[in-house]
Design a protein around this ligand. Structure first.
Ligand SMILES: NC(=O)c1ccc[n+]([C@@H]2O[C@H](COP(=O)([O-])OP(=O)(O)OC[C@H]3O[C@@H](n4cnc5c(N)ncnc54)[C@H](OP(=O)(O)O)[C@@H]3O)[C@@H](O)[C@H]2O)c1
Length: 440
């Protein structure tokens, strides 16, 4: 058999340890599939003494000198499962410029500065693979960057953060508020001690940027993504959604569009939204992920599975390791980044959405007309109005509940409408404002 493909593993935490285990358990199969054995040349960590269980690997392989490991001549492939922007970016740029292939799960880095990595890969001639960076175990990036390259993708809608999906699923099932559901997620290990990256939508926004770049052959970075988290979603919002036959999910939505000047654009956003229970994404529960792709010829495709966890993520990492190793043995590299479309990123204010607005209003004649005139003033057309009884869930005696769902309109017009409604004296409170996706 050919000489081994030598791997530098950067990071040996949740994902890295499973990578080591899978490399050990499947070594014979992996060697047969690649045509050469895989061998770990070294493992870079922060703390040498940390307990990593009974990992099937020689202690001597561990080092705290990641850069020294990357620079070694006997390293062919660098696997990065450390996370964060620096020093990961410098390490990977160094590795790629030196002609090594890189496999990474680092969504934050790819969304922040994927360009630097792609440029370094082009310069060095190695591969840059990152299947594990979005939706964990789900084969998604390879289909986008290979299988669907003969088609035109128009829209990608996804649930790409397991923590927030667990929280929203719990709120839907039990009527719990956000804080209570977060507590449960933390107790069960679905939320980290600091859940900010998940609940504020940063993690999903990074993934949205990666998905949009691949789907539309353009460059989208984290800063181009409109981001809202789920911390403001209340039990009352969920009850409103349920009353309409919907649930609430944190969605990442990347869509092609055309701006008023006729220029092709892409809009990328992450925010909670109501979706009808009949939508394929509505039944994605617990910490699962799913991504719904709409393409011209293929039609609608749905990718579903475990979006996180050591073993599922390691599965995606290993798939990439096999691919880049085969390429090295064959003396080829995968196609470079495809960003030729160079689409303009459309500001959120121009994104076309629908709103569901619940108002607690004074229960007296003319109120409905006054509220409707605010919508009309901002050119937002109302699709349905439902009036609840005085003293309903959101109201008090002498009040009524109005639930309004709009037709599609620019997000800025909808936001301005809600802003003006908040200032009306007949509106006691705006109890819920949610975007609506799908045919609710
Ligand atoms: N966990 C998941 O379910 C999941 C899913 C998809 C993608 N990812 C991505 O995979 C990556 C790793 O995640 P993880 O959950 O495995 O993280 P983790 O458990 O925190 O492990 C991080 C590893 O990196 C090492 N490390 C940190 N700073 C270092 C430094 N300066 N030099 C050398 N080593 C350093 C740590 O060393 P010590 O062990 O010595 O502390 C640890 O082994 C991240 O990019 C994450 O976004 C994770």
């Amino acid at each position: 058999m050919t000489s081994p493909v030598r791997l530098a593993l950067l990071g040996c935490g949740t994902v890295g340890q499973e990578v080591v285990r899978l490399l050990h358990e499947q070594s014979a199969d992996l060697a047969a599939r690649i045509g050469a054995p895989l061998e770990i040349a070294g493992i870079a960590v922060r703390r040498l003494g940390r307990d990593r269980g009974d990992l099937p690997v020689d202690e001597d392989l561990f080092t705290t000198d990641a850069l020294g490991l990357i620079k070694r001549d006997d390293v062919d492939v660098v696997i990065e499962v450390v996370g964060g922007i620096e020093p990961a970016r410098s390490w990977l740029v160094e590795a790629l410029r030196a002609g090594k292939s890189v496999v990474t799960a680092n969504k934050a880095l790819l969304a922040e500065d994927g360009v630097a990595l792609h440029e370094a890969a082009a310069e060095g001639g190695g591969d840059l693979y990152y299947e594990a960076s979005v939706a964990g175990a789900i084969p998604l990036l390879r289909p986008l960057r290979e299988s669907l390259h003969g088609d035109r993708i128009n829209r990608v809608t996804g649930i790409v953060n397991g923590t927030t999906n667990f929280i929203l699923s719990a709120m839907d099932a039990t009527g719990a508020g956000f804080a209570e559901a977060l507590e449960e997620a933390t107790a069960l290990g679905y939320a980290e001690a600091d859940p900010t990256a998940d609940v504020e939508g940063f993690d999903a926004a990074a993934k949205a940027a990666i998905l949009a770049s691949l789907a539309f052959h353009t460059r989208v970075g984290a800063a181009d993504v409109h981001r809202e988290g789920i911390t403001e979603v209340t039990a009352a919002d969920m009850a409103s959604a349920q009353a309409m036959g919907c649930t609430i999910k944190l969605l990442c939505i990347a869509a092609r569009g055309v701006d008023p000047t006729g220029r092709e654009t892409v809009s990328v956003r992450v925010h909670p939204a109501m979706i009808p229970r009949s939508h394929p994404l509505a039944s994605v529960g617990d910490a699962f992920n799913a991504v719904f792709v709409e393409a011209d010829a293929a039609g609608q495709l749905m990718f579903y599975g475990r979006g996180a966890g050591g073993a599922p993520t390691a599965s995606a990492v290993l798939g990439d390791v096999v691919a880049v190793s085969r390429n090295r043995l064959a003396g080829v590299r995968a196609a470079s980044e495809s960003a030729y479309a160079d689409l303009a990123v459309r500001p959120m204010g121009e994104a076309l959405t629908r709103y569901h607005v619940s108002l607690d209003v004074a229960d007296r004649p003319g109120v409905l007309a006054s509220v409707a005139s605010v919508f009309a003033r901002h050119d937002v057309s109302i699709a349905t109005v439902r009036q609840g009884s005085a003293g309903g869930p959101a109201g008090r005696d002498g009040d009524a509940e109005l639930v309004i769902v709009t037709h599609v309109a620019p997000d800025a017009a909808l936001a301005a409408t809600v802003g003006e409604l908040r200032g009306l004296d007949i509106v006691r409170s705006v109890t819920s404002v949610l975007r609506v996706e799908g045919d609710a």
